[in-house]
Design a protein around this ligand. Structure first.
Ligand SMILES: Cc1cc2nc3c(=O)[nH]c(=O)nc-3n(C[C@H](O)[C@H](O)[C@H](O)COP(=O)(O)OP(=O)(O)OC[C@H]3O[C@@H](n4cnc5c(N)ncnc54)[C@H](O)[C@@H]3O)c2cc1C
Length: 208
């Protein structure tokens, strides 16, 4: 089968939108189906050559996962850590700041360690993708999957821990980390789920 990629203008006849979904998080971005029915486009809409569609999609995947999902996950986690640290300096219980309890200080140390480890991996991956594009090697493609998987799993853990540090207030809608935890979840699912990323990493190991 020869894969083709097309650019379809939003006003093209035959293009319509499905229902806008109500989501757990990521409310800053609308999600819905794009339905193409008897939609015709001219040759000028073709991206690349006929038969190159899959290669272009794979290339796009490399950039989207490392620059997109993985990098967004870093931002979400950094924000959660910043909120947790600020709250732990401000909130007092049993005559101490929350941050003076070793259990919480260690939790924040782990959050910072995991975040910095993910940041190093994502930066190094993006550096390699930049150098190798468009012919990204299998080891670098594995690193793209590792970055996406590691950074998004890290963001889920860090945001969940941030909610814990806020205690009951962390569960309230008005608390900023509640939103960050819901937003983090989707990045483990979209852009190739983290199970699929692990399949890619594993099969690339066996190719070597
Ligand atoms: C908010 C949001 C925005 C999205 N935006 C886009 C978009 O812009 N463009 C787009 O194309 N898609 C988009 N998606 C779809 C997204 O890419 C898919 O939801 C995702 O790839 C998972 O596919 P699925 O939902 O069909 O789950 P399924 O494939 O049904 O998977 C269900 C579960 O089984 C696991 N699983 C599936 N197959 C395997 C396997 N072989 N081995 C091990 N585990 C497996 C999955 O990891 C998952 O945990 C979006 C989804 C969401 C939630």
């Amino acid at each position: 089968m020869k894969f083709r990629r097309f650019l379809v203008h939003k006003d093209s006849p035959g293009l319509r939108y499905g229902k806008i979904e109500e989501k757990m998080g990521l409310h800053g971005s609308m999600t819905g189906d794009i339905i193409l029915e008897d939609c015709q486009v001219g040759e000028e809409a073709l991206i690349g050559q006929i038969g190159e569609g899959w290669r272009i999609l794979a290339q796009l995947g490399n950039s989207m996962r490392a620059w997109g999902a993985a990098s967004i996950a870093l931002g979400i986690a950094q924000s959660a850590l910043n909120h947790a640290v600020a709250y732990s300096k401000d909130r007092h219980q049993f005559g101490k700041r929350l941050g003076d309890f070793q259990a919480l200080r260690f939790m924040m140390a782990d959050m910072a360690m995991q975040l910095e480890a993910a940041r190093c991996l994502v930066r190094e991956t993006n550096r390699r993708v930049d150098i190798e594009s468009p012919n990204v090697s299998y080891p670098t493609m594995s690193m793209v999957s590792m970055s996406k998987c590691f950074a998004t799993d890290m963001a889920m853990k860090v945001t969940t821990d941030a909610v814990q540090i806020f205690g009951g207030y962390g569960y309230m809608k008005e608390c900023p980390v509640e939103r960050l935890m819901r937003d983090a979840k989707v990045f483990q699912i979209l852009d190739g789920s983290n199970q699929v990323q692990r399949m890619i990493i594993g099969s690339n190991l066996l190719k070597a």
